[in-house]
Design a protein around this ligand. Structure first.
Ligand code: ADP
Ligand code: ZN
Length: 728
């Protein structure tokens, strides 16, 4: 027998191995396979009597990890589907899906050879030979360690065999990310009328046992999580399993605690801090049905449920569902595919649904459920725009000021009332860069075509792409003048200005840098802010996600342009979502919140609608997408290539351009230098592939990728991204 194994190696094919005598392998089993001189864990994909590959030596697989296949038929077909859709190998999809590398311990056993005869051996070996022969399963090598010389003699006489087997190392016991105190299991609250209607519809769909998909659109605080939990409850009662995808576990601890209280014995939290063996252990719990509800970030999509009845994608619009490296899958989109394969119900939840999902609603592929009111009658905040371009405002703020006079007044008034403030700026660092006010040159990374970012506490200039790091200088390297100043806002500078203006206030900052220095910083800061031991929280989008801060009355968006001015057709959508989400943190049941949005362009439709008329955004954005030929109306793919040598890459560009066949399915835009034209010492280009009206994108992609790879030499790297989210 031969087995095709998908290994977590980005190679374009399955690998053929022999199945040793006496071993039974089924598709979906995890196997240990030799690769060069090491062993890797892979998935047995298919079995055949003839080898699918005939060149060279076919090696046997070393061990099988699970007698019952870990991955079921449903999941194997999903992974195949994903490999086809994103044009990558099953091996690389397996790499995205599987625990990376599991450790094994080698065991050797000494067994008696049936055809051997004791009589032919010298008498000095008889005692040991007898002992081995009396044990049909053999003896372990360790037990026989004192008999080294005799074993060698027995081997020479061909009386024994030494068999090598591999065993997974002992798996550690389950641990949760934080020893969070469990809230006492409180009875579920009585649902509001809106919630009850949603739950009834969802339960009816679950009972129907067929694929059905829903958009649950509900403003922040409208009780979506409660609806999810009722749907999960019904799903479990029906004997099926449920999966809840969240953008990031560490930002979702509040929700996870609520789930733990409601479903204490049956929850598996698949977070990124799990080691590979731990992840495998959780997987086995999911596979065996001991865990019936799993929560995790995007890769939990691949958890091996035996009987999946419900998938919930919370904050479905969140960009973190798109994997950027390896297999560039969109977990929300693939949740659609998985739910369809599994005859499961899909719930996409959001306060600010993506255009893709709204288009699916319009096309009748998704039923629309709404929660229009906050639980307990809380009202949404008052929104107000502050035009930063206004000359009087600029004068009042000075060259480097980030807080406008109206925002300062609102902060002072809020602190006076003993309420809290959130200042949001979607850019970390102290200031983006050092800029020369004489010659206008900014300090750039020597490896990447981006400016270096100044980080205050480390007094360093850092590249956010390649980690290049250098000391800040005083003299402009371009013109030699002493004229460099700190240009542009960043959360660290915002924190400094806030502390200077409000010296009495208790201020904390939350962004990737603050969190990376101290693993507990995130949870302790969120808790301190929730418990009102802090007055002002300064932060990036980390603060914008589903937290509930009871004392928060004022949200200040310091510069809306940071997300708006991106070379990305989703920039307006992203800005609208961020502003709506972060503003939605302000105000609760007993008091109305205020959100102040500072911007250079208050008339931009994304801002104007977020501030004045949220319902107006979707029609305007859809009209723009349709007119410009972007998703969700036409699909896109991006072919990236890079070279360490600029002329070589440019020549390849010309060659590729000349070889592109005309197509009725798609148009080709470029190739052109990528917005980040140089990254980590490689020059980068991209070719945008845009579906034509009535065309089918996927008809051109495989031939295009094959052509691009055929034309490329070994030094040119080619990658493809289907439904890209990043255009840098
Ligand atoms: P969302 O996920 O839409 O932001 P949540 O489900 O987190 O909203 O609900 C917001 C708050 O309201 C939570 O504290 C939750 O416990 C509470 N809540 C939800 N539904 C009800 C209800 N029917 N009755 C009382 N409180 C509720
Ligand atoms: Zn760099």
């Amino acid at each position: 027998m031969f087995v095709q194994v998908a290994l977590p190696i980005p190679k374009r094919s399955l690998f053929t191995y022999a199945v040793p005598e006496g071993m039974t392998v089924a598709p979906g089993c995890l196997v240990l396979a030799p690769v060069g001189r090491i062993f890797r864990t892979g998935v047995a994909w298919s079995l055949s009597a003839e080898p699918a590959w005939r060149e060279g030596e076919i090696r046997p697989i070393a061990a099988i990890l699970d007698e019952t296949p870990l991955l079921g038929e449903e999941l194997l077909r999903l992974l195949e589907w994903i490999a086809g859709y994103y044009l990558c190998s099953i091996g690389s999809v397996a790499a995205a899906a599987l625990p990376g590398n599991l450790e094994f311990r080698r065991k050797r056993r000494v067994v008696w050879r049936e055809e051997a005869s004791i009589d032919r051996l010298p008498p000095s070996l008889h005692a040991l030979a007898d002992r081995i022969r009396s044990r049909p399963a053999g003896l372990s090598e360790e037990t026989l360690a004192p008999h080294r010389q005799e074993l060698k003699a027995l081997l020479d006489h061909q009386a024994i065999n030494v068999i090598t087997t591999w065993h997974p190392r002992a798996l550690p016991t389950d641990t949760l990310p934080e020893a969070a105190p469990l809230p006492s299991p409180s009875p579920p609250p009585t649902l509001t009328d809106e919630q009850r209607r949603c739950v009834q519809t969802l339960c009816a769909a679950l009972e129907g046992h067929l694929f059905t998909s829903f958009l649950l659109e509900g403003v922040t605080g409208s009780g979506k999580t409660e609806v999810y939990m009722h749907a999960v409850q019904r799903c479990l009662e029906l004997g099926r399993q449920a999966l809840l995808l969240v953008p990031e576990i560490s930002l979702t601890m509040q929700m996870i605690q609520r789930l733990q209280a409601r479903f204490p014995d049956t929850l598996a939290v698949l977070h990124s801090g799990l080691s590979d063996p731990q992840r495998l252990r959780y997987w086995q719990r999911v596979r065996s049905g001991r865990a019936r509800l799993a929560v995790g970030a995007r890769s939990a999509l691949f958890a091996p449920f035996a009987n999946l009845g419900l998938i919930i994608v919370d904050e479905e619009h969140d960009p973190s569902y798109k994997q950027e490296h390896g297999v560039p899958y969109q977990a929300r989109d693939m949740a659609f595919v998985r739910a369809r394969h599994a005859d499961a119900v899909l719930i996409l939840g959001s306060a600010t649904p993506s255009m893709e999902t709204l288009a699916n609603v319009a096309r009748g592929r998704c039923q629309h459920l709404r929660l229009t009111r906050r639980v307990g009658g809380g009202v949404l905040p008052v929104m107000r725009a502050i035009p930063l371009g206004d000359p009087a405002m600029r004068q009042a703020m000075g060259r480097d000021g980030l807080l406008s006079p109206p925002l300062r007044e609102a902060i002072a008034a809020t602190l006076q009332e003993k309420r809290q403030v959130l200042l949001f700026l979607n850019r970390r660092g102290f200031a983006p860069t050092l800029l020369c006010y004489r010659c206008g040159q900014a300090i750039h990374c020597p490896n990447c075509a981006v400016t270096l970012t100044l980080h205050k506490n480390r007094s360093r200039l850092l590249c956010h792409y390649c980690d290049h790091c250098q000391d800040p200088m005083d003299i402009c390297p371009a013109c030699g003048q002493l004229s460099l100043f700190q240009f542009g806002p960043g959360t660290q500078r915002l924190e400094e200005e806030t502390r200077a203006v409000f010296p009495e206030a208790r201020v904390a900052r939350l962004d990737r840098d603050a969190v990376s220095h101290d693993a507990r910083h995130l949870q302790t800061t969120l808790e301190a802010f929730r418990d009102q031991r802090l007055d002002i929280l300064v932060g990036t989008q980390m603060t914008a996600k589903g937290h509930h801060f009871p004392g928060l009355a004022l949200v200040g968006v310091v510069q809306a342009e940071t997300s708006l001015c991106q070379p990305d057709f989703r920039a307006a959508e992203r800005t609208f979502q961020l502003i709506t989400q972060v503003a939605g943190r302000a105000g609760r049941e007993d008091h109305q919140g205020l959100a102040i949005i500072q911007t250079f362009d208050p008339n931009h439709y994304a801002l104007a609608s977020a501030i004045g008329d949220p319902g107006a955004f979707t029609p305007m954005e859809m009209a723009f997408r349709r007119q410009a030929g972007y998703p969700p109306f036409r699909r896109l793919a991006l072919l990236f290539f890079s070279s360490a040598l600029q002329p070589e890459g440019a020549a390849y560009c010309q060659m590729l351009k000349a070889s592109l066949p005309p197509s009725a399915d798609a148009e080709f835009l470029g190739p052109a230098p990528a917005p980040l034209a140089k990254l980590r010492n490689r020059y980068r280009w991209q070719l945008l592939i845009k579906e034509r009206e009535g065309g089918r994108l996927h008809r051109v992609l495989a031939p295009l990728l094959a052509l691009a790879e055929k034309l490329a030499n070994r030094r040119i790297r080619v990658e493809i991204d289907v439904d890209p989210h990043s255009f840098l």
